[in-house]
Design a protein around this ligand. Sequence first.
Ligand SMILES: Nc1ncnc2c1ncn2[C@@H]1O[C@H](COP(=O)(O)OP(=O)(O)O)[C@@H](O)[C@H]1O
Ligand SMILES: [Mg+2]
Length: 207
Amino acid sequence: MIRGRFITLEGGEGAGKSTQVLRLAAWLEGRGIEAITTREPGGSPGAEAIRTLLVDGATDRWDAVTETMLHFAARRDHLRVTVLPALERGAWVVSDRFADSTRAYQGIVQGAGDDLVERLYAIAVGELRPDLTLVLDLPVEKGLARATERGGENRYERMGRAFHERLRLAFLDIAAADPQRCVVVDADDGPDAVAGRIASVVAERLS
Ligand SMILES: Nc1ncnc2c1ncn2[C@@H]1O[C@H](COP(=O)(O)OP(=O)(O)O)[C@@H](O)[C@H]1O
Ligand SMILES: [Mg+2]
């Protein structure tokens, strides 16, 4: 039985997801809640092996359907090995990306389509949904500048400015279509301010 809560952080490159999953887990721990952080693609040994196929190499190495299937294969392993056992023992799971990234990147921007994403979701994930999804939003140029400063540019970061502009709108559309689950967080601010906004949303939605 699932006793913990499942929180996902979404958004484009450099939005601050990896920074904020750590901040949020620390904030939860400070309130006496056991919290683990994890990431997608990846988060289990098998899924991390699949991750390298997705984040390395030429931008056009996969067609959109193959890429969507690789993400869901990784996601299923991540859920089975990492996420579900944690939720079952009562821990909260804070994930750096989850299925909304597949909806936005592969489904909408890369053109695999919503229908394929939802069919694969039903097969690979089943009934599980995040309890809360925080969509970190900021202007594309600022996100890409942060990512460039961080270094180690990956395959998705190389996909170009127009790709990332469409991606931002895709995440906003996904959030608008599911307001029960998703909250858009203004990420165009310092890390402390963004962490404070996230903590307020979590306190309000999941208290
Ligand atoms: N609110 C912020 N303001 C400025 N820089 C930030 C902020 N949050 C994160 N960063 C820095 O920007 C870069 C990208 O942040 P990161 O958390 O890795 O983003 P993401 O995981 O969404 O790609 C990192 O070098 C990080 O230290
Ligand atoms: Mg990151």
